[in-house]
Ligand binder design. Sequence first.
Ligand code: NOJ
Length: 518
Amino acid sequence: MPAWLKDAVFYEIYPQSFNDTNADGIGDIEGIIEKLDYVKGLGCNAIWLNPLFDSPFKDAGYDVRDYKKVAERYGTNEDLVRLFDEAHKKGIKILLDLVPGHTSEEHEWFKKSCEADRNEYSDRYIWTDGAFCGIAGHPYIGGEAERDGCYMLNFFKCQPALNYGVLNITEKWQLPTDHPSCIATREAIKDVMRFWLDKGCDGFRVDMADSLVKEDDEVKSATGAIWTNIRAMLDADYPEAALVSEWCNPKCALKYGFHADFYLDHHGNGYNVLVRDCETEGGDHSYFKKDGGDGPQRFLADYLPRYEGSKDYGYISFITCNHDTPRVTKALDISEIKLAYAFFFTMPGVPFLYYGDEIGMRYLADVRTKEGGFHRTGSRSPMQWDASAKNFGFSEASSEKLYIPQDSSADAPSLAEAESDPDSILHTVRSIIALRHEYEDLQADAPFEVVYAKEGERILVYKRGNLLLAVNPSGEAVKIPVSELDSISCSNLIYGIGKADFLEDELVIGAQSFGVWE
Ligand code: NOJ
């Protein structure tokens, strides 16, 4: 386990929308370099960059045409290496986005794979042996290539699935996972990883990490074996490099070799019920919703088994949001969001802050889809640095040229305004992250324990190491007799939102309040 992950707080940058320095309306690497001090000032000491490799951008860069080449619109390979170097000088680590499940249909490997004559890449992707048959229930394309076969898709039509073999062979065109061609796929991905690690990147966020072997068993052991093999390479040659999975099953992902696994917004899971439960019948029951929110039980019932079953292997990553999920502003208001973030940044594991969430950027429901974003486009609009500057200071381009239109509402948030407002989300984000860095007990590996959570009540009291924390998202103050807190000796308040303190023999948490005691 790379030691730096223990105190890591990530900032996710969607490069298209962060900072444009060449006035083409799209963010670039130079723009990220320019804002490193800003990222550092938030307390983030690590960055995850969404894919910035050569691509036809039919899925915003998750359709990679060349894994080893930075897309021109962002800069050059040299610029990316300069970003690694400048970030390292400031104590910031950089994770790249690795997309191992598929490439773009324009990748050279795929073009060769489509050829009728057999070659080195014929089995790099999953093909049937006839252009007229389906592909074992998976999405596929037939009739597009000279080759007589259908190929499997991993996501959109532009993303053919790379071939890692299948566990139980049922069709004659399927290959076993230990077939030399499937091993070659794995080694090709390792080669890509080495390429960037040798240039100075600090690891990878791995796209659809669970998707490699198609007919796998329930615990995805064949896919897991590939990651265990890849992790062995890291342990041997790049022990400081981190691997974070998009899997949302830490019990599997961490055992197979990932250092951290994202807690994603899967419908009804623990993360979802905290802040995005708005699609449930009868209104929004998100835990952090002041009115109508549920108690913490639904979250705990989902989270605790995940945490207990994975804490000896690595970390769970809470996210404020990401480039695929609606920004939390869609469902929660500012005071609800502050409590949610105070909670996320005091939980075990490695937290991720999505660009713009620190200033309460809104989910833009009405923007037209861009590069395969569809409903996700609303969370990908350009960063709002300063409302008094052209395009909020994101770009000097004319506004029609912007990658995605920006928030046009009169009260659209901006960084400049958030800086000068003492009640902004920004100040909560900075202060809670600073607290996390100050107290080891708030960091990734310090234990988590529920102290008080009762059916029908909104309050949650929990411990991290020797610290006591309490959150009350409801609109009513709550008093808990100290005798119910089971021999807790913490009483010195070190951080608070709203009103939270011990008064005589009671813990008193005001409406929408949060406290940390040592
Ligand atoms: C998950 C990524 O986060 C998403 O943006 C992408 O479209 C798919 N994987 C396909 O790569």
